[in-house]
Design a protein around this ligand. Structure first.
Ligand code: FAD
Length: 303
């Protein structure tokens, strides 16, 4: 429950905004794992100017702001203090030149991929089956063995902590495996440089990759994608499987029996169950191989 002063601070920080606001909003429904306590305030900004206003006012009121799409993170049961932005209204996609597409940060990757296929633009096929937002894909440098976000990013639009709209050329940003060194702020859009190609070819590549995912990943159960980064020269899934941990459970959190680098929620899993399972996996793999698996997921919020 929010204290009266927090509530007042939040109301001040959110005054005059045009998007929807829900106080004490459960985040479980917003995450693909179906786990997570409440956000003090969950806000869906009406547009990018609303994001600027929220960030600026929150900064003045010293209230933290974070954005989420919800598909590569674990929100802890204690929830998130401050303002959580869900960017669903930032959903515009435009073809600006023959090869250049601008997508707002709330666009879901499957929607962006559908747009690229429709316009006969190749370069995003690797993203088939990645469910997060464009903003999350930029911040995570999302990717597969076929490609990564960095390969097609031309520039990134952000709202900085003072609430100003700024653009960074992708060439000036350092990308790494599932990370990028961006300044603090909220990603609100991205320009992608794609290559004209036959629609049939793009569609068939996309379909075969989706098929491969359906066969190898537990897509019918709540999950948040790969839990751990792949260590050099091997995969996290292989190390976990070799440690005999497929199907290992803590409460309703289970190492997927289909793909060992996925943790699935069998129904009532809590973040503490998932964190204990993560620790068990890390310890077992470390004892067996000397490799400490590093989390790909972001763990956010309070215990
Ligand atoms: C079934 C399944 C399969 C998946 N397969 C893959 C895969 O093959 N490859 C892969 O890389 N990922 C995969 N993922 C994970 C996930 O979809 C991607 O990492 C995605 O890019 C994360 O986007 P998101 O919007 O959900 O971000 P979130 O998971 O919500 O956030 C991730 C981080 O980015 C930050 N963030 C999110 N949006 C913004 C923003 N607009 N501005 C600033 N910070 C922001 C969050 O605060 C958090 O720190 C998979 C997930 C699932 C459920």
């Amino acid at each position: 429950m929010l204290t009266v002063s927090t509530h007042l601070d939040l109301k001040t920080a959110l005054s005059g905004i045009r998007g929807e606001v829900t106080f004490d909003a459960s985040l479980a429904a917003l995450t693909s794992l179906g786990i997570g306590g409440p956000a003090d305030a969950l806000v869906s900004p009406a547009d990018v100017h609303d994001v600027c206003r929220i960030v600026r006012q929150a900064q003045m009121a010293r209230i933290p702001v974070m954005a989420l799409g919800g598909t590569n993170l674990l929100v802890q049961d204690g929830g998130i203090r401050g303002i959580v932005l869900s960017l669903g209204h930032l959903a515009a996609i435009e073809r600006e030149e023959t090869r250049l597409v601008f997508a707002e940060a709330g666009v879901r990757m499957p929607v962006l991929l559908g747009f690229a296929v429709h316009h006969g633009l190749s370069g995003l096929e690797w993203a088939a089956g990645i469910p997060g937002t464009v903003g999350g894909a930029v911040v995570m440098n999302a990717g597969t063995k076929l490609g990564v976000m960095q390969d097609c990013l031309d520039a990134i639009q952000m709202v900085d902590p003072e609430g100003r709209l700024v653009t960074y050329a992708a060439a000036d940003v350092a990308f790494a495996y599932r990370s990028v060194s961006l300044p603090e702020g909220v990603v609100v859009g991205a320009w992608l440089r794609l290559t004209p190609a036959s629609r049939e070819t793009i569609e068939s590549r996309t379909k075969s990759y989706l098929q491969y995912r359906k066969q190898s990943q537990p897509l019918s159960q709540p999950n948040a994608g790969s839990v751990f980064k792949n260590p050099q020269g091997t995969t996290a899934g292989r190390l976990i499987e070799e440690a005999g941990l497929k199907g290992h459970r803590v409460g309703d959190a289970e190492v997927s029996t289909k793909h060992a680098n996925f943790i699935v929620n069998l129904g009532q899993a809590r973040s503490t169950d998932v964190l204990r399972l993560i620790e068990t996996v890390q310890q077992a793999v470390f004892q067996r191989t000397g490799t400490m698996l590093e989390l790909e997921w972001k763990v956010v919020g309070e215990r």
